[in-house]
Design a protein around this ligand. Structure first.
Ligand code: 4AD
Ligand code: MG
Length: 463
């Protein structure tokens, strides 16, 4: 008999014979009858299997422990008390895979820390099932949004010779024998004979190549793995994460902010429309204000304010007695506590902060007429802090070169990028959304390690 997925079974009409496969979530039995809740990952909801003791041996029923994999055939009948409309009255039960008492996901209510140590098995829990289904749905939302808005999905390389953000926190890629490195007189490693003939790393951003795409195809987006070797052991940082980077020709700062806001709202709306059961579960088990927060983000317009205005508000708060761990004088990079103060305590809604001091932003941002601020547009979110980093790009070759020289950057590996400004340069803008930061917001999970199947963080590349 053909297997029916549980998500389809739960809305099917009673009376038919069905086959269902899945893993045992719970099993309780009395003298006459056993109830087995089975889940196959297609939905957060389980199907209840009813097994009469007269029909099945004790020995078989004992094997249907939490985590065991079963194939059950029987009749789909109207349910009397399982909380679902239908249940399966079993006529045959096959144990496809036994599961011993040493199964790490045996107990309910294990801590997330414990589950991270068993990240390969945590996927079978309700919470991680819900998060992974939402993760899939968010990826679909992103592709749908851009496709419908005339953007082209553009693939940028993961191996690169340039450091887009200029922060220097890159993972090197080499086939060199690390035990026997050739060095020049100054003690620098010689890369001529390395695989690519030069020093290469895993990308921290696809933006620079994305700009090549946008200045040819008009508007593109990337969506791929991104790597940062920053030693930040925080609940918001991963060493390997996924970033979405749209890049648009002929966009100015207002166009850019409008897109940032519209895009995020669309994604959150998509989650509410497509992930109702999983969100209801997370709202009940993880964060009771989750649904309210998702609705409120869609319903409000984001605050737009300059960095300078933001610093003023923070200074006023300090004057009124608010304490922060880190300083926030004009010129300082804002810490997450400052961003969250503005969003959660001052405005009570998302903020798009613009026009940052040039000292704290990347080289490619468009310089304002004041000569000291750049047209960055970061989106700050409740509970997360920075969710998007974006900017208008400096399209003037002279100004861009002046900034590159001011920073003492080596342009050897950037000449191809500068060609965009040499030949047919145009105004353009773009942003990067951290996929896992979006997922933190949408799922209400507290730690970024819990919204990606196999997290990579300092000291951890297991599984
Ligand atoms: O602000 P960032 O560094 O911006 C860029 O990389 C630009 N090149 C993007 C662009 O304009 N095309 O990173 C963008 C976003 C951040 O706002 C954050 O959401 C996410 O990427 N992000 C991280 N997410 C998880 N772990 C990390 N270590 C992250 N670093 C950045
Ligand atoms: Mg940033």
């Amino acid at each position: 008999m053909k297997r029916t997925k549980i998500t389809d079974l739960l809305t099917a009409t009673a009376g038919q014979d069905v086959r269902v496969c899945g893993w045992v979530r719970t099993h309780r039995g009395s003298k006459n009858v056993h109830f087995i809740a089975l889940n196959d990952g297609s939905t957060i909801n389980n199907i209840q299997v009813v097994a009469d003791t007269g029909k099945f041996s004790d020995e078989l029923l004992k094997r249907a422990t939490t985590g065991a994999c079963l194939a059950v055939e029987g009749q789909l009948v109207q349910s009397v008390g399982s909380g679902q409309a239908v249940e399966v009255q079993a006529t045959s039960i096959d144990v496809l895979g036994d599961c011993g008492a040493d199964y790490p996901m045996q107990k309910k209510g294990q801590s997330f820390e414990y589950m991270r140590q068993h990240a390969h098995m945590r996927l079978r829990t309700n919470t991680f099932g819900a998060v992974m289904r939402i993760r899939h749905n968010m990826a679909m939302a992103i592709h749908t949004y851009f496709h419908q808005h005339g953007f082209f999905y553009f693939h940028t390389p993961l191996i690169t010779a340039s450091d887009c953000e200029g922060a220097g926190n890159m993972f090197q890629v080499t086939t060199k024998n690390l035990y026997d490195l050739r060095k020049d007189e100054q003690g620098r490693i010689i890369y001529d004979d390395d695989f690519f003939g030069e020093q290469t790393s895993l990308t921290v951003s696809g933006q620079l190549e994305g700009e090549l795409g946008a200045t040819a195809l008009g508007q593109i987006y990337t969506f791929g793995p991104t790597f940062r070797a920053e030693n930040s052991n925080t609940p918001r940082h991963l060493a390997e994460f996924w970033m979405i980077e749209p890049e648009m020709a002929f966009y100015d700062k207002d166009d850019l902010m409008n897109l940032e806001e519209d895009f995020i709202k669309y994604c959150v709306g998509w989650a509410l429309d497509h992930c109702a059961d999983d969100l209801a579960f997370l709202n009940k088990m993880i964060d009771k204000t989750l649904l309210e927060r998702l609705h409120s983000v869609i319903g409000q317009s984001f605050v737009r304010l300059t960095y300078t205005e933001g610093i003023d508000i923070l200074q006023q708060a300090i004057a009124a007695g608010r304490k922060f761990e880190f300083p926030c004088q004009w010129g300082d990079d804002l810490a997450s506590e400052h961003e969250r103060y503005l969003v959660e305590e001052h405005f009570h809604r998302p903020v798009i902060m613009t026009d940052y001091p040039k000292e704290i932003k990347a080289f490619y941002m468009k310089l304002n007429a004041d000569g000291r601020t750049m047209q960055g547009t970061d989106v700050l979110f409740p509970a997360i802090g920075e969710i998007i980093g974006g900017s208008v790009r400096e399209e003037s070759l002279d100004k861009l070169m002046a900034e590159i020289n001011r920073r003492g950057m080596d342009t050897t590996s950037l000449e191809w990028y500068l060609d965009t400004r040499r030949w047919g340069s145009c105004p353009h803008a773009g942003f990067g959304l951290g996929f896992e930061r979006l997922l933190l917001f949408v799922t209400g999970m507290q730690n970024i390690r819990d919204v990606i199947p196999f997290p990579r963080t300092p000291g951890n590349a297991q599984f």
